[in-house]
Design a binder for this molecule. Structure first.
Ligand SMILES: [Ca+2]
Length: 362
């Protein structure tokens, strides 16, 4: 697979679940231990052998992990016919309480955000947007036992999922990463909590992303995404830089799509992947904004639905828009991150020029 779905693939679903009314037809069965099923035993033996761990102990630990029906329910894509709605999605994140929390987070961690921006080239507002959408600034980091959640998805992934084999393989890999991460950081795998998909801490990194991209940004010698917001700030910036963030480039521009339906469909086909130059867009009958016409690089034509009564929102995504979707493969997610960051920034007091800063007393 070319792209690694590094982080929680389902913040959208998580957010939906948090706000949906709990009206399910029948109650879910009680969780039961997974037991020593063949795939689990083979996984335990292989991992234990590769890591020189006690195979019997790992088999036992994984066999006792609970098979969580709720996790299997949450991992399924939204039902066919469930309309996406950017306006509704946006309103869940760009709202007064989250803006206030974001402004407080920015004020408290101003130095770390500035340091991350200067080291990795990722603007503070994008980091603030991601941590705000992911966990409401550390307030909602997930209540599932990650060992149970990942073991469920690794060994009893719902077969009705359209990409079941691929996703199950991904979660087996993440389970192995989680077990290594716990050993490396002195965490008890049975105690760690996170999202239903196994995403961890302030930035909701999947275990593999933590091991690959997280950094110790508060300088205490440990990477701690569970309890250190400063480590989370540095890690988010490092992650985006690793996926190709271009310092100084905007995330998106405005555009008018061509009237011709076939040309419109052609431009929308590559979805979030930047595929067209400004000249190609103009030749197809689209009208990029003046700034987009000056853009040096490819852009993606992105359309977000607003329900049956409102026209869709359209924009031109740059490489940096695409990089935000490496955190979560969704244009809705990326635009929520970007708009939340901008809105929090707008709430902040105007920056004081260095020369005008009051000197220390004495
Ligand atoms: Ca640290």
């Amino acid at each position: 697979m070319k792209f690694r779905p590094a982080l929680l693939v389902a913040s959208l679903l998580l957010a939906t679940a948090a706000h949906a009314k709990p009206h399910r037809a029948k109650p879910l069965p009680a969780p039961e231990p997974l037991g020593p099923r063949p795939a689990l035993v083979a996984f335990a033996d292989e991992l234990a052998s590769a890591q020189q761990w006690d195979a019997a102990a790992l088999r036992e630990q994984l066999s006792q992990a609970l098979d969580l029906p709720r996790v299997k329910q949450l991992i399924l894509p939204a039902a066919v016919g469930t309309a996406k709605n950017w306006t509704a999605y946006r309103d869940r994140f760009i709202e007064p309480k989250r803006l206030e929390a974001g402004a407080a987070f920015w004020a408290e961690h101003e130095a770390a955000l500035a340091r991350a921006e200067s080291r990795y080239g990722v603007p503070a507002e994008v980091i603030v947007g991601i941590i705000g959408v992911e966990t409401f600034y550390g307030r909602i980091t997930g209540g599932f036992k990650v060992l149970d959640a990942l073991a469920t998805l690794a060994f009893d992934f719902p077969t009705e999922h359209p990409r079941a084999a691929d996703r199950q393989a991904f979660f087996r890999s993440e389970l192995a990463e989680f077990l290594k991460l716990c050993r490396e950081n002195g965490l008890d795998p049975a105690e760690v909590r996170g999202s239903y998909a196994g995403a961890l801490g302030w930035p909701q990194f999947m275990p593999g992303s933590w091991r690959q991209h997280a950094v110790d940004f508060d300088g205490d010698g440990h990477i701690d995404l569970m309890a250190s917001p400063v480590d989370a700030i540095g890690s988010v910036a490092h992650y985006l830089a690793a996926y190709g963030w271009k310092p100084g480039e905007t995330t998106h521009y405005t555009v008018q799509l061509p009237a011709d339906r076939r040309e419109r469909a052609r431009l929308l086909a590559p979805d979030i992947k930047p595929s067209f130059t400004a000249a190609e867009l103009a030749a197809a009958g689209a009208r990029p904004s003046d700034a987009a016409r000056e853009h040096d690089g490819l852009m993606a034509v992105i359309e977000l639905q607003n329900g049956p009564k409102k026209p869709p929102t359209v924009l031109l995504g740059t490489q940096n828009f695409w990089v935000v979707t490496r955190y979560n493969w969704s244009a809705y997610y990326a635009l929520a991150v970007i708009e939340l960051g901008r809105a929090v920034k707008a709430k902040r007091p105007p920056a004081m020029p260095a020369a005008a800063a009051p000197s220390a007393p004495g």
